[in-house]
Design a protein around this ligand. Structure first.
Ligand SMILES: [Zn+2]
Length: 248
């Protein structure tokens, strides 16, 4: 496909490429997109209402009981070809790293080393009272048994290390902003770029390429625009890019 060749060429020319990933890279791992009407767990609730700071403080037991199946689904998912392809591009020195909106840790599971999680992750939780950190899995097991909300030994309620709606911008976002400003190329994969603050990164980058199933509000800014499944496109892109690298 002509566009994949063009994108491979862009990657080869660029000295500093940053990748921005969203929910679209994880849908092929069975994790539904927050925003698409779906028959999964997400259709039964408004994530903005459930996964918010105020929902947690208003009714922590309800927050944990309702989010437990979602968190469990996300934290037991497996990487798909898109995650592996991105890890390969990093290994080959073709990308500097990944800024992700996803909280599922699938980039790291696939072998990516340089990953900035601008919405946090589900590997751990912390107590806002005393600052204690703990692994997420035992907390989920506890909640599944009906013991909700999970509490710290100081009496505080644990909260997952994810950025909830109504939370301030995380430090990782400021680092991502610096990356975006200095990179030669920003490659967006599987993000509709609707979510602030991530969509603010796009105008900061000098060149833009987008791989996504649907339209994004930045399509007209992209030098290369490819519609389709991220897993297939990225797998082809790796082949093309490795072919170019082998040429003298
Ligand atoms: Zn505590």
């Amino acid at each position: 496909m002509e566009n994949i060749k063009k994108l491979a060429q862009l990657l080869a020319e660029s000295k500093d490429t940053m990748v921005l990933t969203g929910a679209g890279v994880s849908t092929e791992s069975g994790i539904p997109d927050f925003r698409s009407p779906d028959t999964g767990l997400w259709s039964q609730m408004d994530p903005m209402e459930l996964l918010s700071r105020s929902a947690l403080s208003r009714n922590p037991a309800n927050f944990w009981t309702r989010s437990e199946p979602i968190f469990r689904e996300m934290s037991t998912a497996q990487p798909n070809p898109c995650h592996y392809a991105l890890a390969r591009l990093e290994e080959k020195g073709l990308i500097r790293g990944i800024v992700t909106q996803n909280i599922d840790s699938l980039h790291q599971l696939a072998g990516s080393k340089s990953v900035l999680e601008v919405h946090g992750h589900l590997r751990s939780a912390h107590c806002p009272g005393c600052g204690a950190h703990t692994d997420m899995r035992p907390l989920l097991d506890q909640v599944a048994k009906g013991d909700s909300p999970p509490r710290c030994s100081c009496g505080g309620v644990f909260r997952p290390d994810v950025v909830l709606f109504e939370d301030p911008l995380p430090d990782a976002f400021h680092v991502a902003w610096q990356w975006a400003r200095v990179c030669d190329l920003l490659l967006v994969v599987g993000s509709s770029l609707e979510v602030a603050p991530v969509c603010w990164l796009v105008p900061a980058a000098s060149r833009l390429a987008i791989i996504n199933m649907g339209e994004t509000q930045c399509d007209d800014m992209a030098e290369v625009l490819i519609r389709g499944k991220a897993g297939e496109i990225l797998t082809d892109l790796v082949k093309e890019a490795e072919g170019l690298q082998r040429q003298p």
